[in-house]
Design a protein around this ligand. Sequence first.
Ligand code: TXA
Ligand code: MG
Length: 337
Amino acid sequence: MGKEPDETIYKECAEIIRDGGLVAFPTETVYGLGVSAFRAEAVPKVFEAKGRPSDNPLIVHVAYPEDAEDIAQTSELYYKLAERFMPGPLTVILPKKDNIPEAVTGGLDSVGVRCPSHPVAHKLIIEAGVPIAAPSANLSGAPSPTLGVHVMRDMKGRADAVIDGGSCDFGLESTVIKLFGEDAVILRPGAVTEEELSEVCRSVTVSDAVKNPEKTGERPESPGMKYKHYSPNAEFILLDTDSTGVINYVNSLDEKGIGVILSDEEIPRVNNAMVFSYGKKDDIREYCHRLFAIFRDADDKGVTKLFAPLPDDKGQSLALYNRMIRAAGNKISKTNQ
Ligand code: TXA
Ligand code: MG
């Protein structure tokens, strides 16, 4: 966690929110770009600031799980999930109440509810006294911001204020689930895993769009699934091989602007490319934490083709897998070696 902002910052930012302005703030997943969920006329400014299509709904952030009552129809299962995972990186899609404007939900009759555990986000919501609708604070299509500097860069002149809370703990966006009675469907994988959810729900399934985003039809369950996302400007190439295969492939290339993502231990084996470490070998948590910052760093360093081995699709690594295949334009490439 980063620095603790002083009281006046909270007061000023809460007022901006209540007045219909935009405040970017840290959460335990990624930075959010917040607007009052009750200010229908202000909500379109978030879509404008990000360049985001208006049919892609926003998540609504509340200070306490029971505050969902103000905006959504909750259920017994919602409270069981809340007891186990809130506050924390889980978003639950529930039927919405009428006081949530359609602008927030992209015209859907459901709303995503999230209760963030980051102390700055928590305090901002309490000070504002209203639920805060917030997408990730990046320009649409770019990787979500995980550091204050990322937000400053993307949202300069677009947000009315930015609260810099340092580095976000998890680094990938929350797990998004939709409930059907006692069952749950994972629409977007995150820090809260299928296995953990299975301990609370009768059954948990992973939406097809998580692993095969391009198979998503015209009306995906989660509108965000249909957009290309999370990409660096560099071409991101996921290779269907292990790290040794990637090292051999990259070492065989004779091109400028090549970058590769590997572990600390593997990096010394790369001869002639820019290297980006995700941490110690198989440290998935650290990989999630660093992925989006690596994408931005690679662009800053002039990488034109960025390579990585295809990650595992189990546990928290499913979140990595999902963000990486989408950043790679839903393509897994072969090395032909
Ligand atoms: O970790 C996070 O969830 C971050 C932080 C700021 O809380 N927020 C975030 O928001 O990632 P955003 O807008 O970038 O992603 C929200 C995703 C989108 O894919 C959207 O389509 C989906 O959640 N979503 C939101 N409301 C939905 C709804 N009612 N039904 C289905 N999908 C929904
Ligand atoms: Mg986003």
